[in-house]
Design a protein around this ligand. Structure first.
Ligand code: ZN
Length: 339
């Protein structure tokens, strides 16, 4: 489901409003009208324009590095330029570009507002907007994921510590900061602060997870992580025999093999009655080949607990979620000990 509305394109990049942003906008405008104070509605819309300009700053530099920008998505807590991938060599400049745009807008508006300002409901519009842009730039420079400062920090650190370790450092700073914000948010019952802290925490978590998986699983194929020659059952095995078999081997799922070919799979979740044989309860197995890469395996495992590695119709191995987690821990240690 797509919960956003496309507005228009700038520099070939679609600008989209997320449904939560639209709700937020409606509430702000509603409150402004009810309180006879149009200032807040105008300010909010101009803040939205500022956020788009900030994201366009990132996008402009990213495009120079050949990055494809899918869209700029606006959420109540800020904007995201969705890029297909951020090239490591361009990360520093791409990261700086957004806050730089915000600071330039902030400083220009601050200077202009000293000579001329637009007063709405007694509030100086340009001056307030200049402060918001300076805050936007400043907040994003906090050296923690998922803020721009986190990317800048990683780009600087990765010259010395490598990409994965730098990502973890920046993500851990981000998570610690998020917890501090959450604490202050809860103490002061500040809902915005609580939301921002959650956004920061999960953003940092996700970034480090993605980088971790991409780094340590690079070039890993099914045959590298599968459990080879797995135990299997036959279709004519009775359910009672199967239960004893499961107890003995202690796995939750098994391949079903007939005449040397994989014909199905069966697991603890398939059995509801003690009558019948394995054939009555087995289901269609999800199959990969020995050279299937990890991304494809993870994609297939989104809907199943295990995939079967088959080559020329013959069962070669099995990959369960436990196999993935174990391989991940070992590969991670290997990666850490490398540098
Ligand atoms: Zn930014």
């Amino acid at each position: 489901m797509n919960y956003s509305i496309r507005l228009f394109k700038i520099m070939g990049i679609p600008i989209e409003l997320h449904i939560t942003f639209i709700l937020f906008l409606v509430v702000i405008i509603g409150l402004s009208i009810m309180n006879n104070s149009i200032f807040w509605a105008v300010l909010f819309i101009l803040l939205f324009v500022s956020v788009v300009l900030h994201e366009l700053g990132h996008s402009y530099v990213a495009k120079k590095y050949g990055v494809k920008i899918e869209k700029i998505l606006l959420l109540p807590i800020g904007g995201v330029a969705m890029m297909d991938k951020i090239p490591k060599e361009g990360e520093l400049r791409i990261g700086i570009a957004g806050p730089l745009v915000s600071f330039i807008i902030g400083i220009v508006l601050l200077i202009v507002s000293q000579f001329f300002d637009i007063n709405i409901n007694g509030y100086p519009l340009l001056y307030t907007l200049s402060l918001l842009n300076l805050m936007l730039g400043g907040f994003n420079l906090i050296p923690a994921f998922p803020m721009d400062g986190g990317r800048i920090l990683r780009a600087i650190l990765s010259k010395k510590y490598g990409y994965l370790k730098s990502t973890k450092i920046a993500a851990n700073i981000g998570k610690s900061l998020a917890l501090i914000m959450l604490l202050f948010g809860l103490l002061s019952m500040n809902i915005i602060l609580i939301l921002v802290s959650l956004f920061v925490y999960f953003g940092a978590e996700q970034e480090s997870r993605v980088v971790e998986v991409e780094t340590i699983f690079k070039n890993i194929k099914a045959k590298d992580i599968m459990t080879p020659n797995p135990v299997y059952v036959t279709p004519d095995m009775s359910i009672e025999e199967f239960l004893d078999f499961m107890l003995k081997h202690k796995y939750f799922g098994y391949p079903v093999v007939e005449n040397g070919k994989l014909v199905g799979c069966i697991g603890i979740g398939n059995i509801h009655k003690k009558e019948g044989t394995v054939r009555d309860y087995m289901e269609k197995p999800v199959v990969v080949s020995e050279d299937t890469d990890i991304k494809e395996i993870l994609r297939k495992m989104a809907n199943t607990d295990r995939v079967f590695v088959v080559e020329g119709g013959k069962l070669k191995g099995i990959i369960s979620k436990t196999d993935i987690l174990r391989a991940m821990s070992i590969l991670e240690l290997k990666e850490e000990l490398k540098d």
